[in-house]
Design a binder for this molecule. Structure first.
Ligand code: HAM
Length: 425
């Protein structure tokens, strides 16, 4: 028989790690919903054209798209990110603005797999459509900041920049291209190749050979209009008012073409250089128009869940807690007592597991210990004959005999009240 393994760049997120994924998403939801953001679930695949709008100088479009022709002859792609899909949804449904949404889910990029870089990876993020206000940019950034703080991360740095409006950005790219071309001979082979595709990305180079050419490169701030500069100043004033610390870095260009004006990235100081961005975002005014909608301002971010959890591991925060069971029912009679008692406890709100397959007392007690449950509820022939059960505290090994009809009350007295699954009436 053939045996199968996960595809390169994909992983099984097993328990208890998967629970940590859920807990992270719940914390994110809690933070953004308290600021008025509502959940959106865009499709995982769309017409390829939606994602082409991310821009043809973007690696995720030119090199990393998972695209295919489906059985209906449609050219489809798995989403490499969710901003384009959210903008397509906005153009399609025209909701009332400002439209504040959040999302959580997988994305797909055909990347070279390595630690912190996967072909399927999760993001949580927000997008706001229909507002140009710089204080909204500050609100959006501060939500991500609060999220990292809630996880307990302290080694995350916020880096911000403004890339100006489309024409300012274009003029800057030309000035940068001219500078880089005039120093072509000094650049690394990789940067010469990047230069022809997207001069901005040369600024991302960490290669020592490129450092001096990059250091003498023209600065975006010299190409910003008065309006763009004052928008950026207002974003920074908003961050100051919110007490969010940041570093302005004119070399921050981000990998996606759709950004206009504000761009930002969250960098984990405890992760390895090339995969240390735990999240990023910015303004993408113009993207909704490119997708057939009205001229609409937009701003948002996405946080990489996989990488954020690597940063949590590196900082020793936000541990993966195992599921803490309240009770484990051990039944060495016909198993039906376990069926009834586990159901009664679950209905009363106590998390309960049990053994199957008529295993021996020894094997069931081992399973009870392994489960991490607070107590074992034991039914042997003597208990069955007297309609009782033995309740054993698995931490202290103390045990008492309790009538089966009084089990829920006994557990409630020992562990405190829980919310019943449903009203018994
Ligand atoms: P991005 O910078 O491409 O932006 O991705 C955001 C985050 O997703 C990254 O900082 C990183 O943590 C994570 N990430 C990206 N690619 C991978 C990968 N192959 N493996 C693991 N993690 C990865 C966006 O996706 C934009 N849509 C963000 C945005 C929202 N801009 C405005 N709104």
């Amino acid at each position: 028989m053939p045996s199968f393994q996960t595809s390169p760049g994909t992983r099984d997120i097993l328990p208890p790690q998967a629970g940590r994924w859920r807990a992270l998403s719940d914390i994110f939801a809690d933070i953004v919903q308290s600021a008025g953001y509502e959940c959106i679930i865009p499709p995982m695949f769309e017409d390829l054209g939606v994602f082409l709008r991310i821009g043809d100088a973007t690696d995720i479009v030119t090199k990393e798209m998972y695209d295919f022709v489906d059985k209906g002859d449609r050219h489809i792609a798995l989403r490499p990110e969710q901003t384009a899909g959210v903008c397509r949804a906005f153009a399609q449904h025209r909701p009332v603005t400002p439209w504040k949404v959040w999302y959580s889910g997988p994305n797909f990029r055909y990347e070279k797999p390595q630690a912190g870089r996967y072909r399927q990876f999760d993001q949580v993020g927000v997008e706001v459509l229909g507002s140009d206000d710089a204080l909204l940019d500050a609100e959006v950034i501060s939500l991500a900041w609060q999220f990292f703080a809630r996880l307990g991360l302290v080694g995350v740095e916020l880096v911000v920049n403004s890339l100006g409006e489309a024409d300012e950005r274009a003029a800057y790219i030309e000035a940068l291209r001219a500078h880089l071309e005039s120093h072509r001979g000094e650049l690394s082979e990789e940067s010469v190749a990047t230069l022809s595709r997207n001069p901005l990305r040369v600024l991302d180079s960490k290669r020592r050979q490129d450092a001096s050419v990059i250091a003498s490169a023209p600065r975006i701030s010299a190409h910003l209009s008065v309006a763009s500069s004052s928008h950026f100043a207002a974003v920074l004033a908003g961050l100051d008012a919110l007490g969010v610390p940041y570093r302005v870095d004119e070399m921050l260009v981000r990998g996606l073409d759709y950004y206009r004006r504000t761009t930002f990235e969250f960098v984990s100081l405890s992760l390895d250089g090339s995969q240390n961005a735990v999240g990023g975002g910015g303004r993408y005014d113009g993207l909704v128009e490119d997708l057939g909608g009205p001229a609409t301002g937009g701003v948002g971010f996405a946080i990489g869940v996989d990488r954020t959890l690597l940063a949590c591991d590196a900082e020793g925060v936000f541990d993966a807690g195992s599921l803490a069971l309240d009770a484990f029912v051990v039944d060495v009679t016909d198993g039906l007592a376990a069926t009834r008692l586990a159901e009664a406890l679950r209905a009363a709100g106590y998390s309960t597991d049990r053994a199957f397959d008529g295993r021996s007392m020894k094997s069931q007690m081992k399973a009870a210990d392994r489960s991490g449950a607070a107590m074992a509820v034991i039914v042997g022939p003597d208990e069955a004959a007297s309609s009782t059960c033995t309740v054993r505290n698995l931490a202290t090994s103390e045990q008492v005999s309790v009538p089966q009809s009084g089990l829920v009350a006994h557990v409630a007295a020992a562990l405190g009240p829980r919310t019943p699954r449903r009203n018994p009436q």
